[in-house]
Design a binder for this molecule. Structure first.
Ligand code: PCP
Length: 398
């Protein structure tokens, strides 16, 4: 193995299944040596979400397709960005993805597939929850500094798909086809001094970069917001409050004061950006206040994973699920109106399902994405998936 600078798996190693757990490699070896070929259907489900979330945003599919492409298997899945519940209306677990084929052909990929969807779905779900709590306010993903840089583009992709309006990472934005979003760091002010930093930012940054002055480095948020407004006048787009926790009494009150003082001096257009230690409670509380933009880091980039598992439920057409799991292949239906889920056994060949909650006709929502290793259904780009997510979260409670 070539000497690595960083402790990461590269694309080829992931594609070759080298990030698998050893016991899958041993299983594959045994099945090959015993010349056992069994057509197995395996599904991906989760028993419950972290913190009893009522719903989650399924994500990670595009990367799974790239991993599985070329293997002699079929793959069915919820579309990327689909809001789902862990259990259906009657409490049956909802399969989000199904893979089928000769088991030994896909055995070693269980680990990387789970890795892709568990973390991606966790980040997209947290991002969607924070975006919903932020109401119409902008949410920027500032959290890659808390995670291994090798996964920065992944974190920001799913933060964006989940609903964030922008990401701060240069490479992530490039891969998303977006412009990176950010303000200025305390470091610039510590090195140059406040007014010099504001003036130089304005002098050197291209016009389209919003002039957002960071005002909590040394002084009082109210006083410094006024000073920055009077210094940059109509060039000032906003002020960022990243008040350290030791000074962060009631942020809602600080924001109210800043808004009042700026408004009575005619700086009604100056936006208020808040960042630092924001999670659901803080965003919920502040979204009712005069904050315009939230900079959210750790709570999204370090979001709890969704604990998916893969389970073989059918072998050679016979139901074989282990204890605690439901046997046999299943159809997954979702109500287009209230997003309620219903799972039916495929053997029953159910043709129509009426939503038990709102009476609407439900729709099948597991689609074939891979047929004999060939991708037969494309995943839309991140922007379209984000819009799909925003439409769905309008229909549900947090
Ligand atoms: C942090 C930095 C991040 C924010 C806060 C994310 O401020 O701006 O973008 O924080 P979170 O992870 O708590 O949500 P600082 O650490 O003060 O850094 P800087 O001076 O670079 O803005």
């Amino acid at each position: 193995m070539k000497k690595k600078r960083f402790y990461i798996a590269d694309e080829d190693e992931i594609k070759q299944g080298k990030t698998t757990d050893i016991y899958f490699l041993r299983t594959k070896e045994i099945l090959e040596k015993e010349k056992i070929t069994k057509f197995a259907v395996a599904e991906f489900t989760t028993q419950k979400f972290p913190n009893d979330y009522p719903w989650a945003i399924f994500a990670g599919l595009e990367e799974v397709l790239k991993l599985i492409e070329g293997l002699p298997v079929n793959l069915y899945s919820l579309p990327e960005g689909t809001l789902f519940t862990a259990k259906d209306y009657e409490g049956y677990t909802v399969p989000v993805m199904v893979i089928e084929g000769d088991y030994k052909e896909y055995a070693i990929y269980e680990t990387p597939i789970l890795g892709f969807i568990c973390q991606a779905t966790g980040i997209a779900t947290k991002s969607a929850r924070i975006k919903k709590l932020a109401k119409d306010k902008m949410v920027l993903s500032f959290g890659i500094r808390r995670m291994h840089p090798a996964i920065a583009p992944m974190i920001d992709r799913y933060a964006f798909i989940g609903g964030c309006d922008g990401v701060s990472c240069v490479l992530s934005a490039e891969m998303l086809g977006e412009k990176p979003k950010g303000t200025m760091p305390h470091a610039l002010i510590i090195i140059m001094g406040e007014k010099e930093a504001f003036a130089s930012f304005d002098k050197h940054m291209p016009e389209e970069i919003p002039r957002i002055a960071l005002i909590d480095t040394y002084g009082d948020e109210k006083i410094k917001s006024i000073e920055a407004s009077e210094f940059l006048k109509n060039k000032l787009f906003g002020v960022r409050l990243d008040t350290p926790s030791s000074r962060r009494g009631k942020m809602v009150e600080i924001v109210k004061e800043v808004r009042w003082e700026l408004d009575i001096r005619g700086y009604k257009n100056v936006k208020i950006v808040v960042s630092g230690g924001l999670d659901e409670e803080e965003v919920k509380e502040l979204s009712a206040s005069k904050v315009d933009i939230f900079g959210v880091g750790t709570s999204i980039s370090n979001a709890k994973v969704i604990d998916f598992s893969m389970d073989i439920v059918e072998v050679e057409g016979l139901p074989v699920a282990k204890k605690g799991k439901l046997g046999g292949r299943k159809e997954v239906w979702r109500c287009p109106n209230c997003l309620t889920y219903k799972v039916t056994p495929s053997v029953e060949k159910v043709r129509e399902v009426i939503c038990p909650k709102c009476g609407n006709k439900m729709e099948k929502i597991l689609f074939k994405y891979i047929e004999s290793g060939r991708i037969v259904k494309e995943v839309p780009d991140a922007k379209h998936i984000r819009e799909y997510v925003l439409k769905q979260i309008e229909k549900v409670e947090i």
